[in-house]
Design a protein around this ligand. Sequence first.
Ligand SMILES: [Zn+2]
Length: 146
Amino acid sequence: MHDNSGEPTATPRPRVCELCGTAINRTSQVSGRVRDSSWIHPYDSEQDGDRLLAACSPGHLDQLRQRYRRRPFVKEELWAGKIDRALRAQPDLDEEELADVTGLNFIQIEHALTWESERFLEERAARGGHEGPDGGSGRRNTQGLN
Ligand SMILES: [Zn+2]
């Protein structure tokens, strides 16, 4: 098998319809870009927030587009994603290096972190919190929110 060795493009190419999950063959695939602040490119910050959708048919692409159009584009979410990606690659960046790597300024970083912790608290509140004792102090910045 030589499948992985000589791959000419590094572009990630989704192979299933993002609406219905049907496998798409290359000839029937329809794709389009949408603005999505939760989408961070694995390495190319130019493409952050610019999500490439793949669908099995024009109709499904249209439904996907509408779904993302209804979703608010939150700048802080995009910034938080950039910070997250940078820290995953280099966990011990200090604040200056982080600004350098992400292309954000300190204020943007501050806003992104605030946004992220607010969202974390909101999600926890939304979940109710009657799942038994969970002395939540001491682990504010847990990862793995997915
Ligand atoms: Zn579909």
